[in-house]
Design a protein around this ligand. Structure first.
Ligand code: ZN
Length: 345
């Protein structure tokens, strides 16, 4: 019987050594150590043996079983470490798959460029929530109680707050200017900061108008600042953004929060001043309303109008982007069409 066991051991180890893959090895494992293995058969037929013999044979079968298990484990490790992870050989000369690259939206890019330009002039960057209130959007900014902008035709009032007034009546901010008073109340004067963001108007869209668009406002509050320094700043910013001198003109404009207010027009860069649908055929495009901050707004911000003065400029980001790339429909920038947006990478 011991001879028989020795044969089982030798042939078993040989089978393990010759296994070519893990499937084959699993089959051999079942054959050598399973319930129907030769080893199990030997153990089943031990009834006729003496206790002494049983002990010897029992120890021998355990030893063989352990030898099989050790050998199986080693072989398995050997097979796995020698197997390539890939079914096919690697060809390192084949070009790889190019990862898809994203890019900043042209309006975001313009915003960042302006941030850089203003930061270099010592401006702080400020931002606040898109939801504002009647108090911040209108009351603080010297809008008359019956000003048409307060009506729902122009402003998106938030449901549930229509019957309220002041700070309780909430809206999507129709302009950024409300944020200026909030910032002045928080940090006081002197101040020079910019605050970019989306604003919302309840209006019909066309080539120049969108329901949600981006504004970029800058405010300086200080003692004894002259109007001409504001003009120099506007020229500097435009030159930084467009990389060359841009023709501008100034017209009188009315905004409740300024006195006096003005409109800064720049020469239409889409048509070069000849007239197109972007500039309404007149060669100029209105990009920056602004003006000297109204005394009532300074008072809302807790500042003495006798002591402090300041001025706003409000840059139409969308229009500047249209000018930068010569695009004649503002809606394209908000259409999420990658075929269009990919051009600006
Ligand atoms: Zn034009």
């Amino acid at each position: 019987m011991e001879e028989r066991l020795e044969q089982i051991k030798v042939s078993g180890l040989e089978k393990i050594a010759n296994a070519k893959n893990t499937n084959e090895l699993e089959e051999i494992r079942r054959e050598l150590t399973g319930k129907k293995s030769e080893l199990s058969e030997v153990l089943k037929n031990m009834s006729s043996l003496s206790p002494e013999e049983k002990k010897t044979i029992g120890m021998l079968t355990t030893e063989i079983r352990n030898a099989f298990n050790d050998s199986l484990a080693k072989k398995e490790e050997e097979i796995i470490s020698n197997t390539s992870v890939l079914d096919e050989p690697i060809d390192i000369t084949i070009p790889g798959n190019k990862p898809k690259e994203g890019a900043l939206h042209p309006i975001t890019q313009m915003c960042y460029d302006l941030n850089d330009a203003f930061s270099s002039l010592g401006f702080e960057i400020y931002s606040e929530d898109d939801i504002s209130s009647e108090k911040y959007a209108f009351d603080n900014l010297n809008f008359a109680k019956d000003h048409p902008a307060r009506q729902s035709m122009d402003t998106y009032w938030l449901e549930g707050t229509e019957d309220k007034e002041g700070a309780e009546r909430l809206c999507l901010r129709p302009h950024l200017t409300g944020g200026s008073v909030r910032k002045l109340l928080k940090d006081g004067a002197p101040a020079r900061f910019i605050y970019p963001g989306a604003v919302y108007r309840n209006e019909t869209t066309d080539a120049r108008h969108e329901r949600a668009f981006y504004q970029y406002e800058a405010l300086i509050v200080d003692k004894n600042i002259s109007f001409s320094s504001g003009m120099v700043m506007i020229q500097t910013i435009l030159e930084k953004v467009f990389g060359r001198k841009i023709n501008t003109r100034m017209r009188e404009g009315f905004f409740p929060f300024t006195e006096p207010g003005y409109e800064i027009d720049m020469e239409c860069l889409v048509c070069g001043g000849k007239g197109c649908r972007v500039c309404n055929q007149n060669g100029w495009i209105e990009v920056m309303p602004g003006g000297v901050i109204h005394p009532n707004v300074l008072k809302s911000a807790g500042l003495d109008p006798e002591e402090w003065t300041g001025f706003y400029i409000n840059i139409g980001l969308d229009r500047l982007v249209m000018m930068r790339y010569g695009v004649d429909d503002v809606r394209l920038f908000h259409g999420c069409d990658l075929r269009f947006l990919k051009q600006f990478k």
